[in-house]
Design a protein around this ligand. Structure first.
Ligand code: SF4
Length: 384
């Protein structure tokens, strides 16, 4: 009988030479798949532990999944992309962060925390073609890299997404946003939707609780917008951690300064991993986050993870005439009157988002951009 391989041995077998790195003297490499930009000597691993230097070349994960699931696209959460459709979700193993409250810690903390392996983290062999086939068989319109940090396995995601695009699927990342300019340029031709988990507005918390820093995440948000990804932002509101008035206002003002049309999801935390003593988020705390977002001028703010307890704050309304456009209960779309052109049926304001699978003349998604131009022009006229 062959000996049982450790998780590390299993993952080492499922790697290939990467693209997102630079060769340096003395067989060292510099990885730029995430903003840690690890400088890795020969025989060592990066902070994520799943990219490592072998003989002066960076080996990166490939050909497996750590988790697979069919989810409503609202669960990612994307509220302005193909509402009511399914997203085929795959994850790998490992992360560049180690958040103490991670709700996907079994997959994300593989090799970083032995408890992950004990809890059953294992790679499941699968090819890019098989993943795309599964997405189509399950009637999904989007394929999503999620459950662990997609940036650190970007070479593999691009391989899958190239094939997915040929089959007419939309592609997406659910990410912590700790990206570099180079990795975003690498994925840009192949990724349509990008969700950033903006975990707070406090650099000290980013350093102490997540193992990252705030600045690169803010830069990623700005870059994603400039580069034309469809972007939505989520903040898990954690009592006593990031739910102060000051912090939530900081996040909301920052998003509004980039673009008031970026949807912001304020979602409820439940105790997990190393934050078992922190209470779950109450619906009142979400409602406060919602109000703060609105006061900052954001046009699309949503409360999440407390279906039925947060009034109408799960719905999409027209920002011009206040018509109810998409009614939701949790991840379910109860009613949707937006057509594939994304226009309000009452006043014809265009709601920004991706409301249909784009034509692939170019490799970029065509995002319906905001058309509150009349309103803005009017307001400017009134000021002048
Ligand atoms: S993905 Fe990030 S954490 Fe992993 S090796 Fe590269 S720079 Fe380091």
């Amino acid at each position: 009988m062959s000996p049982t391989l450790t998780l590390e041995q299993l993952l080492t077998k499922r790697t290939v030479e990467g693209v997102l790195f630079e060769k340096l003297p003395d067989h060292r490499v510099k990885c730029y798949a995430c903003a840690h930009r690890c400088l890795i000597p020969e025989g060592k691993k990066g902070i994520c532990k799943v990219r490592y230097n072998e003989g002066g070349l960076l080996q990166v994960p490939r050909d497996y999944a750590g988790a697979l699931q069919v989810d409503p696209i609202e669960k990612k959460p994307f509220f302005h992309a193909l509402p009511g459709t399914r997203a085929f979700s795959f994850g790998m193993l490992g992360c560049d962060y180690h958040c103490r409250y991670c709700q996907n810690w079994i997959t994300s903390q593989a090799l970083n925390d032995p408890a992950s392996e004990e809890a059953g983290a294992r790679p499941q062999d699968v090819t890019a073609s098989e993943l795309v086939k599964m997405a189509l068989q399950n009637k999904c319109q989007t394929i999503t890299s999620t459950y662990n940090e997609p940036l650190i396995t970007s070479e593999w995601a691009v391989e899958i997404f190239k094939e997915a695009r040929q089959k007419g699927l939309l592609t997406s990342y659910v990410s912590n946003g700790n990206a570099t300019k180079e990795v975003l340029e690498f994925i840009r031709p192949w990724v349509d939707l990008y969700k950033v988990d903006l975990k707070g507005f406090n650099d000290k918390h980013y350093r102490q609780t997540m193992g990252g820093t705030l600045k690169p995440v803010l830069e990623t948000v700005e870059r994603l917008k400039t580069m034309g990804f469809w972007l939505e932002i989520v903040t898990l509101v954690i009592p006593g951690f990031n739910d102060s008035e000051e912090e939530l206002r900081g996040i909301a003002k920052f998003i509004a300064s980039v673009d008031r049309d970026i949807p912001w999801h304020v979602t409820a935390f439940h105790s997990d991993y190393k934050m078992m003593d922190t209470p779950d988020t109450e619906s009142e705390q979400l409602n406060r986050g919602f109000q703060i977002g609105k006061e900052a001028g954001l046009r699309y703010v949503y409360s999440g993870n407390r279906p039925g307890e947060v009034g109408t704050t799960e719905n999409t309304y027209c920002p011009s005439c206040n018509e109810l456009l998409i009614e939701r209960y949790g991840f379910q779309v109860m009613r949707n009157v937006l057509g594939s052109n994304g226009k309000c049926p009452k006043c014809s304001t265009t709601i920004p988002g991706v409301w249909k699978i784009p034509s692939r003349e170019t490799n970029r998604v065509t995002i319906v951009e905001k058309t509150l131009k009349a309103e803005e022009a009017l307001s400017q006229l009134q000021k002048s």
